[in-house]
Design a binder for this molecule. Structure first.
Ligand code: SAH
Ligand code: DHB
Ligand code: MG
Length: 234
């Protein structure tokens, strides 16, 4: 299978199954025009985020890594009118582009873009004392993934989902002796999840528009009643 085939398959399913949404198209176009990197989630990944938020009946979602707001629009579209997506972005220019894209999508009352390094913003969100988040999507700097996952655990409840993007990265996640900080960050995250009794998790390696990459997905259990790992090998 070649990248062309993966792209064609992604296009087939997105044409067949995903709603057409001019605000999503405009978000990608304006992000490109503003010089933002083309690293938003793919349409099918956006569709998955949307579907999971809906299936959970999510009212409060946290995203770490906004970029131009493409994934935020997918998630925001799944929330009720009084729902809230708080999305954290370090780069003021990205946040500005995202705010315009979110407003164009009519989601500015639902999506709250917070500018600043996520590790500075997260303690403020905790101090605000809002309800726990139903879903957390981690998609920012990969070396901080363990910190973000610990924060996600702190800010969720049993039944919440935590998703982490880019855990496969062309298979480089297997490079156990790599000193690439992103690979190290991802492998440490997987080790952390492995050792964490409060979650059950799996990974979704995917091929598509963005090549070979994937998501880790964890459900928060909360009571430590999880059986030990390793029994599901076949
Ligand atoms: N979720 C977006 C893509 C995010 S790309 C989408 O699918 O549309 C990763 C983003 O994380 C970039 O915009 C980058 O500026 C931001 N980022 C990097 N380090 C960060 C940090 N420490 N805190 C908050 N955002 C950060
Ligand atoms: C990069 C970051 C992402 O979140 C992504 O989905 C793809 C690429 C990057 O930093 O290169
Ligand atoms: Mg990503």
């Amino acid at each position: 299978m070649s990248q062309d085939q993966w792209t064609a398959v992604e296009r087939y399913f997105s044409d067949q199954l995903l709603p057409s949404d001019p605000a999503l198209v405009a978000a990608l176009e304006s992000s490109a025009a503003a010089g933002l990197p083309a690293i938003s989630v793919s349409p099918l990944q956006g569709g998955l985020l949307h579907l999971l938020a809906r299936a959970l009946g999510a009212r409060r979602v946290l995203e770490i890594g906004t970029l131009g707001g493409y994934s935020a629009i997918w998630i925001g579209r799944a929330l009720p009118p009084d729902g809230r997506l708080i999305t954290l972005e370090a780069d003021p220019k990205h946040a500005e582009v995202a705010r315009a894209n979110v407003a164009r999508a009519g989601l500015d009352r639902i999506v709250d873009v917070r500018v600043g390094g996520a590790l500075d913003t997260l303690p403020r969100i905790e101090a605000e004392g809002g309800d726990p988040f139903d879903l957390v999507f981690i998609d920012a700097d990969k070396p901080s993934n363990c910190d973000y996952f610990r924060w996600a655990l702190k800010l969720t409840r049993p039944g919440s989902l935590i998703l982490v993007d880019n855990v496969v990265r062309d298979g480089t996640v297997l490079e156990s002796s790599s000193d690439n900080p992103s690979i190290v960050g991802t492998r440490r995250l997987i080790g952390l999840i492995h050792a964490e009794p409060r979650v059950r998790a799996t990974a979704l390696p995917m091929v598509g528009l963005k090549g070979y990459d994937g998501l880790a997905i964890a459900v928060v259990m909360g009571d430590g009643s999880v059986p030990p790992r390793g029994g599901a090998r076949r």
